[in-house]
Structures are given as C-alpha cells and as structure tokens.
Design a protein around this ligand. Structure first.
Ligand SMILES: Nc1ncnc2c1ncn2[C@@H]1O[C@H](COP(=O)(O)OP(=O)(O)OP(=O)(O)O)[C@@H](O)[C@H]1O
Length: 534
C-alpha cells in the first residue's frame, strides 16, 4: 500500500503524546488507528490506520473527508492500470448514482497497483452480521429492510439501460444501526446492461440459473438474489448450506432445486414473495412488483385531521398503518370536490400509486357519508354528523389539492393538474413522497443540474424524470441557478413542468415552501396568492 511522507509528518505534528524513545513513538504510531497513513492525490481524503474489513477482493479502511469533516470508507482493490482504465465508464455512472438506499460513491483514482475508491461509511456492519446478532429478526424488521433494499433496486433498475448490481447478498447490504437504515453496497461489480452480459460473476448461492448459463441475463438476477437474502433473513441460514461446494450448488440450481431452508418457512406471505423472486426469469417479479407484494404492501386508510364547523372544509390524510412516515395529507372541499377527482389527480401526479385508487376513493366517500350523517360514525373521532352536505358521497366543482405545504385548494375543472403534491412532513417515500434532505444553498452560477438531480432524488423520481425536467428548463435557456432565481411565477408557468415538479424544484431552490393559496371565487374564477413572493 502506498503512503505519502507528507501526510505522515502532518500526523506526527498533530500527535501530542510524549514518548521516552523513538522506538516507542514508532511502535505507538503503528497501532494508532487515527493515524493518517495516506492522502488522496487531490488532498481531500485521508486514509487512517484502521481496517474496517477485508473481503475476497478488497481491503476497506476508515478514512476522513477533510473538506467536509466526516468519516468515509477508503476501499483498496488490487488491479492493473489497464483494468482501471476500462472501468472509467462505469465509474462515471457510479458517481451519478445517488439514492438513500445505495452507498454513495464519492471519488476514485489509481495508485500503485490499486484502484482506490472512497464511499460512504456504514457504521453497523453488514446485514449478515446483523442477522446473526439478532438471531431471528421479527417480520416487521424484515419488512423494513426489504422495502429499503427494493427501493435501492428500483432506482438502479430504472436507469436506461438498467444498472445491474450482480452481487446482491446480505454481506453486501449495510446497516446504520441508530435508524435501521439499510443501503446496498459493493457496487464495484455493478455493470450497465448493454444488451446482455455474459460474464459469470457473483456468489454461487445467490446466482440466478441464467447467470450460470452464459446466455445472457437481465436485472432480474438482482431480484433472484434478493429472494435468497429474504430467505436468509427469515431463516437465519445461508442458502444452500447443505452443499459443500460451488459445483454442488450449481447442480441444484440447474436442476431447479431450491435451498433446503425454504421448506422451513411457515408464513405463506413470506413464502409466496420468495417464490416469486426465485421463479424463472420470465415469471420473476420486477423490483417494483416485489415491493408491491402483499407481504410488503400496506393498505391505506383515510382519516379526518381537521374540519371547520360546517364540516365542508376538511383536512384528510391517507395513512399507511404501521409505517410512521408514510402518509399523504390534503385539503378537501366537500361542497365542490369529489373523491374520484381528488384521487385521480393524486394518481396522475404520482403522489399515490394507481393500485390504491379504489380503496382510497371508497374511504373518502365513506367519510363524506359519515359526516353527512348517512353512514357509520365510528371512525370519525370528534365528529358528529352535520346537516347533510352530500347525499351520495359525490359533489361537484372544485377539488382540493394535495400540497407541498398542505394548503392549496382550487377547482380542478378550472386549473387542471394544479398543485397536487405532498405535504412535506407527511410524505411517502415509497412512491414519490419527499424524503428529508437537508436544505442546500446553491450558488448563483451553479448548474441547474445540481438542483434538478437533488430534487428528483428527494422526491424519489428516477434519472429519467430529472432529465425530463432538465430538458424543459434548458429549452427556456435556464442554465444556472441564477437564471432560475430570476424567474417570476408567470415564467415558471411557461416551463411546461407539472405543478408538482415546479413546486418541488422551487421548494428546494428557496428552501421553504411557497405558501400558495388558490381559491375558487364566487364567480368561478381562480385566484392565487403567495406569501413568499414566488
Ligand atoms: N462502506 C463501508 N462501510 C463500512 N465497512 C465497510 C464498507 N464497505 C466494506 N466494509 C467492510 O469491509 C468488508 C469487506 O468489504 P467487501 O465485502 O465489500 O469486500 P469484497 O472483497 O468486495 O467482498 P466479497 O468478498 O463479498 O466479494 C466488509 O465485510 C465490511 O466489513
């Protein structure tokens, strides 16, 4: 491993321990885990004298990002310069991969027979170690892990062409203990699927049959591997434990024989999800289908948060039981809105997935009937039936909108696609809700790509969506953050962005929610006011 004398001397200068001899100092330095032993060519990253772990291919050290002041993982991978050069295209892709459930790749370079790359540091080890520690994690925890892994895979597979990880297994999934945050790591083996890949790479127990066949494979191999991970999570056993070597595993896989521990699974929902993941390639779930499987899916319910005295202006919330952050809050004007229109708008704006259309519409109508005194009252805490606002659960006219600030109401018929978006606090990261990203001040001359990519990531939109927004802005000659900050409301309206995209971008740009109130006036026109001049 190479080391730079400059960094060693600076570590020495910072060391205030006193030593009786030079030999003692040298011995101390050798064991000091905080000692800087190498510095990146650009001086930003420092490698510390502390090994985090060793795998078959690489050694991972603790490092420091000296610019940002946080710890990172310093990965050393033995390879030739030629091989490193061949990786350049993939490295560019890895640098662009940004998702809360994928370990961030920060930088890389080649030094002294080593491909060195800097990634996010994970503090609580791998999922495999965690499974061993927890013995048999309960199904609630397993579901949480699965959803996070699948969100990462949905993101990778949404690239065009999809990014295939190719080595999903519990050792390559990392945990940050405090929040139970799960991230996919070891992206080093990920390859862009350009046509079909023929390379056999991976871990035999987790390799789908088509990977052995050398006829090419798709991103579905990651789902097969995910199925094996789930099997390991619920049984605590490494799949194909009964096999003594890779040849035996290959024989079983090619005969379609599943791991023995699969027979120990009693829960029919878990079993069904695993079977869908281990199915032949053409029948196998996609990552999206897997996350929507009944075992991982949760049924939503609509609740009333607030109401005025007349019980016609309501704040409703779609709640997903058992999942803290997953909910969508929206205003509903019972005199003018209909459940059908509001729900359709939410679906159109991708705030809610289509599959919940019927159940949420039904639930809103149930609430309206109950408020009107024609239904069962038991679910409406604090509400007594009022004079009938609606007789059949349907109304005409304005539709209240979901908002980023939870405050917009406006007639859908007059302002199509207007303002449907998420309440910031009550967001649903599963299908487009906003995740909590720290506010960032963008410099005026920064390219708009930074803002657009961050926004797409915050709202769990894929790179395609980000590119679509970017193209629309660039069509209007918007290149820098400064260009965008100069824009008036009327200019934003001309960008041809959906109201959701426009609001999401503005929220990130200005660091606060544009508090837009849009109301239907008595003559049926729409008026808008904003409290922040935007
Ligand atoms: N980002 C990270 N944060 C903390 N520890 C890490 C990180 N990446 C790797 N490690 C540690 O280093 C060890 C080796 O890493 P890894 O398993 O990815 O190496 P590898 O040679 O690519 O793996 P494999 O043998 O599975 O192919 C891991 O088991 C883990 O303990």
């Amino acid at each position: 491993m190479s080391s730079r004398s400059g960094s060693e001397s600076s570590a020495h200068e910072d060391d205030h321990t006193t030593f009786s001899s030079l030999a003692e100092y040298i011995d101390h330095s050798k064991h000091d885990p905080e000692k800087v032993v190498e510095v990146s060519p650009n001086g930003r990253y420092a490698k510390l004298n502390s090994v985090l772990g060793k795998g078959a291919y690489k050694i991972v050290y603790k490092g420091i990002d000296r610019e940002e002041g946080y710890e990172v993982a310093w990965n050393c991978f033995q390879t030739t310069k030629q091989e490193y050069a061949e990786l350049s295209q993939e490295v560019e892709i890895l640098k662009r991969v940004r998702h809360p459930n994928i370990i961030n790749f920060h930088d890389c370079w080649y030094s002294n027979t080593e491909f060195i790359f800097i990634t996010e540091l994970m503090t609580s080890g791998t999922l495999r170690e965690y499974i061993r520690k927890l013995q048999s994690p309960n199904l609630r925890v397993v579901k949480r892990w699965c959803r996070q892994i699948l969100k990462g895979l949905i993101y990778l597979h949404s690239y065009d062409p999809p990014i295939i990880h190719r080595d999903i297994k519990c050792d390559n999934i990392f945990i940050n203990g405090a929040h139970g945050e799960v991230k996919i790591g070891d992206m080093g083996t990920a390859k862009m699927k350009i046509g079909k890949k023929y390379t056999v790479i991976g871990t035999p127990e987790f390799m789908a049959p088509e990977m052995y066949e050398e006829k090419g494979y798709s991103e579905k191999v990651d789902i097969y591997a995910f199925g094996m991970c789930l099997l390991e999570m619920v049984t605590g056993d490494y799949p194909y434990n009964e096999c003594k070597n890779a040849a035996q595993i290959y024989k079983k896989v090619s005969q379609g024989l599943k791991p023995e521990c699969l027979s120990r699974i009693i829960d029919p929902e878990v079993l069904s999800l695993i079977q869908h993941c281990l199915a032949p390639e053409h029948e196998r779930y996609s990552a999206q289908e897997a996350i929507e499987d009944p075992f991982l899916g949760v049924e939503p319910e609509v609740v009333v948060l607030t109401s005025n005295e007349a019980k016609n202006h309501l704040t409703l919330q779609v709640v997903f039981k058992g999942m803290d952050k997953l909910s969508v809050k929206f205003e509903f004007n019972a005199d003018t809105d209909t459940a059908e229109e509001v729900v359709n708008e939410m679906i159109e704006e991708q705030v809610l997935p289509q599959r919940y259309q019927r159940i949420i519409t039904h639930d809103i109508n149930r609430i309206l009937r109950e408020l009107a005194g024609t239904g069962d009252k038991k679910d409406i805490a604090g509400f007594t039936p009022s004079s009938p606002m609606l007789t059949n659960g349907h109304s005409h006219g304005a539709v209240s909108q979901l908002t980023l600030d939870g405050s917009v109401t406006s007639p859908l018929s007059q302002v199509p696609r207007n303002g449907t978006s998420l309440s910031r606090k009550n967001s649903n990261p599963d299908w487009g809700g906003e995740m909590e990203l720290p506010f960032k001040e963008y410099s005026m001359d920064a390219p708009i790509e930074d803002l657009v990519n961050d926004t797409a990531m915050a709202y769990h939109r894929g790179p395609d969506k980000a590119n679509e927004w970017l193209a629309k802005l660039k069509n209007q000659d918007i290149v820098t953050i400064g260009d965008l900050k100069d824009m008036q409301d009327s200019d934003w309206a001309g960008f041809d962005l959906t109201v959701f995209a426009s609001r999401a971008l503005r929220n990130r740009l200005f660091g606060k929610r544009p508090h837009t109130l849009t109301r239907a006036s008595s003559n049926g026109t729409t008026t808008s006011t904003t409290d922040d001049g935007n």
